[in-house]
Write a protein that binds this ligand. Sequence first.
Ligand code: ZN
Length: 287
Amino acid sequence: MPILLTLLIISACQQEQKSEKLNSADKKISVITTIAPLYSFTKSVTGNYAEVENLLPSGAEPHEYSLSPEDAIRISKARVVVINGVGLEMWLDKMLAEGKGTEKQIVVDSSSGVDLISKDPHIWLSPKNAVIQVNNIRDALIKADPANAEHYAENAGAYIKRLELLDSEISGVTGSLKRKEFVSLHSAFLYLARDYGLREAAVVQETPESEPSPQHMADVINVIKKNKIRVIFSVPGVPHKIVETLAKDLNLKVYNLDTLETGDVNPDWYEKRMRANLETLRTALNQ
Ligand SMILES: [Zn+2]
């Protein structure tokens, strides 16, 4: 090998070693979140001070997700794991219980301290709960990475101010809606209803993944007729057969209300989708 080339290779290797040392000196902690809203919350708190990734790919439905071996590796490598809790991530419980994560791993149950409604895991759909979730995430990040505590506290404070603005916008709109009762395909909006004076009068799906029984459908139809309900909330994506049939038979208008279970991995995404939902509520429940 010519001497010059040998020297170049040696020099390149030395450079590499140097940059590796630099990286380990200011290495960012790695954080993994399970669903898109938790990514928005967590990334808004960390800013660029931590590496944050979301586990579920866009379009994946969290109620019946199954963990792949690659997922398990990603989780085990994370310093902090942020979960929704309330039984949403049952596919993760086994892994976390078995202690497959490293000893130093911190698992944040973001629902800690939320006033829960039995059987409804969709806590993030009320910004009042989101504030509690962000506080839990902030505390865990500070514990995992005290060197950046000030940044996390400051970012969380700024983000909570934005969530409080969103909260007051929702209160403003829902307070003057003509109708407060609604029917939805998927039972996801109980927290939103409770915190903003609305009422989920009936739900088409008894559980997220099963078809409703004829008796249940008869009850839903009764509720719609009795309460003179005019709109039904479906979820974005493929049109739902039962919703379409109900809408046709009972002359209901169908609107999509996003459960925010899946979507873009982006710090601003949560607020944007919540405001889009608010516009839908304003249109749908004012007629
Ligand atoms: Zn759901």
